[in-house]
Write a protein that binds this ligand. Sequence first.
Ligand code: COA
Length: 360
Amino acid sequence: MKSGLEDVVAAETVLSDVDGANGRLIVRGVSLDELVATSRYEDVLHLLCDGFLPLPDDLPAALGAARQAVFAHVVAADAAIVALPPVEGLRALMARLADGDDIDPALQLVAAPAVFTSALLRLRGGMEPVAPDPALPHATDFLRMLGGTVPSPQQAAALDRYLVTVADHGLNASTFAARVVASTQAGLASAVLAALSALKGPLHGGAPGPVLDMLDGVGKPADAPAWLDNALARGERLMGFGHRIYRVRDPRADALKGAVRLLAASGAIEPQRLALAEAVEQAALYLLRQKKPDRPLETNVEFYTALLLEALGFPRDAFTCVFAAGRVGGWVAHAREQALGGRLIRPMSVYVGPRPQVAA
Ligand code: COA
């Protein structure tokens, strides 16, 4: 038995390849570097879903229309839902979306995290939700629905790069959850809801919020080594470091570090904030090499995600929702790939409990 299914191959996919030894990510034949340099989120969605869903000629317009359709469900966000942590509010609203395997339900699922997250955050702040503008690119409209005004091109580009960067990543826990559900032919909404539930844990998509808690705890660059050393001595994990597959630096960390530097150059991130993050990263990598020499632990996607989403105005308890807004494209594509070509996923377990005294 492989604990955590480590190294177990559980699906064949054309969607993405995570090369953990060399720190490379390929999404449907395109390297992450090329993808972030040339694509908007809608392009990646097209790339992922091509052949698995009947895509419309104008996918950006169809996704805009899906945002509008999904916005009708925002009325269901009552006081109890708004009072939940955002990712749980998102899960509650996404549970309202109908199961189905066609393009309209699929695009509504892709649109939903952006629409619901912005609406929930505004309602929590005592503001009216902002209806989508279907003519805008998805990332631009996400920030507009959140803040009420059209964001700067730099802000929109930074969010777009984030959504592209996290759109798909092999058989991670949430994508596997989506494929397990899809393998029962339960439908896309059920598959995506299972994936969202898996994503929210701190070992998967719940880490970027705690990265900021760590930066707050450290306070200033000079205190980073001692603070992190103490955290490790208490047996804590340093959030934003380590990965099940990557044994070298996570290529997504570099893609996002680039976006963070661009935001900093445009004045959207304080130079001190970036300097603190870089000092913490440097100290953490040094300490992890000292303390865990047998386990390469490098910066992962969550570290610079934290800075990027903070600079774009997302509260830290909503970071997982923004992660979902990107990864949902991968979930839908994997669920379709599984439903169309895969078998029911039904592994075995090894019974290690007591046996009856007398065999039946
Ligand atoms: N900080 C300190 N130690 C870490 C660590 C971290 N971020 N990540 C792993 N380790 C250590 C473990 O304590 C363990 O040490 P031990 O063998 O001395 O007990 C060893 O590395 C292996 O850990 P394991 O839990 O088997 O690795 P995994 O492949 O299951 O874990 C993560 C992968 C991502 C869950 C793990 O690295 C982690 O918890 N990171 C922090 C959370 C995070 O950033 N999550 C976002 C992932 S994209």
